[in-house]
Design a protein around this ligand. Structure first.
Ligand SMILES: [Zn+2]
Ligand SMILES: [Zn+2]
Length: 132
C-alpha cells in the first residue's frame, strides 16, 4: 500500500490513481466545474480573468490546462512549455510535433503489431507537421 502526503492539504492518505487525497479530489473537481462553467459563459477568457472571476488559483487553472481539461481559454495569455522540447504551448504537456513523435515512439517500442504501412503513415504525418 502506497501512502503519500497530499500536496494540497498535507494530509496523509492512501495513494490511488490521483496524487492528491480524496478530499482534495472533490475540491479540485468542484473548482474544475467552476472554471469550466465560467469558460462556457466567457469563451476566450484569459487565465488572469479566470482566476479573478472564479477565485480558483492560477496554479490550479494551469494544472487543469496541463491535464488538457479546459477548452476556450485565451491561449495568448498562457505560457506553458512543452515538457520535451520547451516550445511554448497552450495546453497539454507536449507540443504537436513532440506528441506525434512520442506517439510513434510508443508504437515503435510496442513493435509487434506495427505494420510497415503504419510506420510510413506516421512519419509522413510528422513531415507534414514540420512543413507548417
Ligand atoms: Zn488533500
Ligand atoms: Zn515539443
Amino acid at each position: 500500500m502506497t501512502v503519500s502526503n497530499c500536496p494540497r492539504c498535507g494530509k496523509i492518505f492512501r495513494k490511488l490513481k490521483r496524487n492528491i487525497c480524496p478530499n482534495c479530489v472533490a475540491k479540485e473537481d468542484k473548482e474544475y466545474e467552476i472554471v469550466r462553467d465560467f469558460l462556457y459563459d466567457n469563451p476566450g477568457a484569459g487565465i488572469q480573468t479566470i482566476t479573478e472571476e472564479t477565485g480558483v488559483s492560477e496554479n490550479q487553472v494551469i494544472k487543469f490546462l496541463r491535464e488538457d481539461r479546459l477548452v476556450n481559454v485565451n491561449k495568448d495569455s498562457l505560457l506553458l512549455d512543452c515538457e520535451s522540447c520547451g516550445t511554448a504551448i497552450s495546453n497539454g504537456r507536449y507540443c504537436e510535433a513532440c506528441k506525434a513523435r512520442l506517439d510513434s515512439d510508443i508504437r515503435g517500442v510496442a513493435g509487434g503489431g506495427t505494420t510497415d504501412r503504419e510506420r510510413k503513415a506516421s512519419s509522413f504525418h510528422l513531415r507534414r507537421l514540420k512543413d507548417k
